[in-house]
Write a protein that binds this ligand. Sequence first.
Ligand code: SAH
Length: 384
Amino acid sequence: MKIASVRLAPGRDQALSRRHPWIFSGALHRATPLPLEGSWVHVFSSDGTQTLATAHAQATGANIALKVLAFGEHVADPGSFYEERIRRAVAYRRNWGLGLAPHTTGFRLVFGEGDGLPGLVVDQYGTAVVVQCHTEGMRKDVPLVVSALRAALENPELSVFVQDQGWDGTPQSSVHFLENGIAYTSDVEAGQKTGFFLDQRDHRAHVGRLSEGKKVVNLFSYTGGFSLAALQGGAREVLSVDSSARACALAETHAAQNGWTDRHRSVVSDAFDYLKELPTDAELVVLDPPAFAKRKSSSHNAMMAYKRLNAMALERMPSGGLLFTFSCSQNVPVAQFTDAVRAAAYEVGREIRLVETLGQPVDHPVVAGFPEGAYLKGLLVSVD
Ligand code: SAH
């Protein structure tokens, strides 16, 4: 494979020294035009003498011109590059028990920049893996990625679902997996993300540990992840609330397949509407809304929405209640989110304790050079 070359602009050779994996268009030398979107590129210093990186070209004219796959080297063989990176990603998870523990068979195998693979997300669900490509470079490299996954996982029964492309191997009509011993199905073909929100695994277990005997209301419940954990933990009653009828139906299927239908109910509703009538005996409430701030410019409106949502919940929760509240907006830092929750409590005149700050699980790693990889944050709040 012939790999194109580019040089950085004079004075920009230090752009990669902090290992931030994005190269902006202004950092490129005008004398070396960017190759076609999705191509592999060898990056040289401005004078052409130093090997700086290997990258995927982004769209012509885009603000981000290159996404770095390897720092300090010019990779010659993309196939063995993916094999090495994916083996490393698998080994990293196994080091934390993920992929070995029989009670948890669903987890993220590859988390983009966090695993040195910008633009690539891979989730494992039992014997199925789901591949999501966020760049043209990764879309073009899917065959290499799939064979690297097969080599690293060494499971002859593995089926690979590539979003927007289809199955490689035997299609699985429904994808089953376990999380902390709970049986779930991932809605891989028609669901959100890769069909399940694996990033909340540890927080679901946390909710489970605190649910015994409680009435739990899970807002923005999707397919009932937190609800199932609460049911496993011995909640006396659990309500799942989501605006998607399809998600609520799957939440009910989940409750049924684990044998917990009698304590669970799902409600198709807008969460803001439902909160006006939140039962005043809901001792544990989960708020896990979608990202309100999709870009920096909307972060003010997002803060108002987080404040309103948390105020509505805190206003009606009983004394002694526990609130698990989250934000998955990458543009909202934890300090700002905490301020929104504090402002919410102040607005409705409730005293709260900020018991714990919650973050990302081990399978969604944040590398030092790419702090933008941190998007999920939460608070465990106790209501006085
Ligand atoms: N907590 C879930 C993931 C939540 S994802 C889990 O552990 O799996 C966010 C969910 O919010 C999605 O299911 C989406 O359908 C739902 N949603 C988005 N806007 C909503 C609204 N205004 N009211 C209720 N649900 C909403």
